[in-house]
Design a protein. Structure first.
Length: 422
């Protein structure tokens, strides 16, 4: 084990794979612990091909320095070559565990948790795709959870970059069980290939089993191209028909029949989640419509637009003292107070309050930033919660109306010297 790589002091080895070794290290400049991946890039006898691939993977990950900045993608801080040693420097996540922990029949996550994780991954992948990066190796071991259950996608070593001259890794690029049919057939890949792999991950999270299993690689690849996976409900009977259909669409053989991108997959999962919640409640749509129509926030909306927002939103109730959002959390959802009052709390102190017809969450909604304050119920409170993902799927007229009212509310709050509680 080296004592030092570049400016980084090596503390101990934390993992080893075919392409390299990961060390826990310390960055003296920023005073923080980091993870360093040292690639097996030196040519040695019969390992020439492995070394060549390792160098390609290094240059691919090195391109990611500062390129992908998303809260659910593990950041790469630095990359370098020193004495023929190729290394990248990443965030060190203390106490992280991979999704592989929860892909076993005896240790499955609740369905709501699996939905949240895959939804988060789908949005993060959409961000990467919009910047010309296709991951190509989405699998449970490349998705980690932090101690507070935040999601991080890791290991872009075989990613395909739109502006890169490095477009090929010799041999199979990806982990066979999670590869899309087009990857197996060495055809052109796209964002839909990552969507397929994420669908495999969700299938495994829900059932504890992969869609395709075989005694050898040739049979496995043949199944991926031609076979139909066992129905999810046969492996876990509490999985709803709507959720099963959502996963199976991601696993369709022709890429054009899958979700076109991660955003569309995320939107579908949000709708499924709402359907599951609504099946558990008595839902009086007309009563809710009448209440919303009387709120100041909705005065400029047509009846059709209000109903459209109702379908995109979730109707939530809280009791006195319940925390609705927490300061510092990552959450892009937007809230409208339907009835009751809430307190705005920052640093443990109440700094404001809101009542029926008022809204909060605008900063996180616009900037995808962490919450600037906590919101706590004062008495019984009813809220309409809107996901930015689903808002993007509304009709153009409804989106324009919502954005106009939203911006007017935000400007009014800023002009009044009020604190934005987003």
């Amino acid at each position: 084990m080296p004592d030092k790589i570049g400016k980084y002091r090596i503390i101990n080895e934390v993992g080893k794979g075919s392409t390299g070794t990961v060390y826990l290290s310390h960055d003296p400049y920023y005073g923080r612990d980091v993870a360093i991946k040292l690639y097996n890039a030196e040519i040695s006898g019969d390992d020439e091909d492995k070394a060549r691939n390792a160098r390609k993977m290094f240059f691919t990950e090195a391109q990611m320095v500062g390129h992908l900045q998303h809260p659910n993608i593990l950041p790469i801080y630095d990359a370098g070559v020193e004495n023929d040693r190729y290394y990248v420097v990443m965030e060190h996540v203390h106490g992280a565990r991979t999704l592989g922990t929860y892909c076993k029949v005896g240790n499955l996550l609740p369905i709501d948790d699996a939905l949240r994780i895959v939804f988060t991954c789908a949005r993060a992948l959409h961000y990467a795709h919009s910047r010309g990066v296709i991951h190509r190796d989405i699998k449970p071991s490349n998705i980690i959870l932090t101690l507070d259950n935040q999601v991080r996608i890791i290991d872009f070593g075989i990613a395909l970059c739109a502006d890169s001259e490095i477009s090929r890794i010799d041999g199979i690029a990806g982990s066979p069980s999670y590869m899309s049919p087009e990857q197996v057939k060495s055809e052109d890949i796209s964002a839909r290939s990552d969507v397929y792999s994420l669908g495999v991950v969700m299938y495994e999270l829900l059932t504890g089993k992969r869609p395709f299993r075989a005694s050898n690689l040739a049979k496995l690849l043949q199944q991926i191209v031609y076979a139909t996976p066992p129905p999810i409900h046969q492996l876990r009977n509490e999985v709803s028909e709507e959720l099963e259909e959502a996963v199976m669409r991601a696993l369709r053989k022709p890429p054009e029949e899958r979700y076109k991108n991660g955003l569309e997959f995320a939107a579908k999962l949000t709708k499924v989640h709402q359907q599951l919640r609504n099946q558990e409640k008595d839902y009086d749509e007309q009563e809710h419509f009448d209440i919303l129509r009387g709120l100041q926030f909705f005065h400029d909306f047509s009846h059709g637009e209000i109903r459209e927002l109702m379908r995109a939103g979730e109707w939530l109730t809280y009791t006195h003292g319940q925390e609705i959002v927490r300061e510092g959390d990552l959450d892009d959802r937007f809230y409208i107070v339907v009835s009751g009052n809430v307190a705005v709390v920052s640093g443990g102190k109440t700094v404001g309050g809101m009542g029926a017809g008022e809204c909060f969450g605008e900063t996180s909604y616009v900037l995808d930033a962490t919450r600037r304050a906590s919101i706590v119920a004062k008495g019984d409170v009813t809220l309409l919660r809107l996901s930015s993902t689903l808002l993007e799927t509304l009709s153009t007229s409804c989106q324009l109306r919502f954005n106009r009212v939203f911006l007017r509310t935000l400007i009014s709050r800023l002009q009044g010297g009020g604190r934005t509680p987003g």
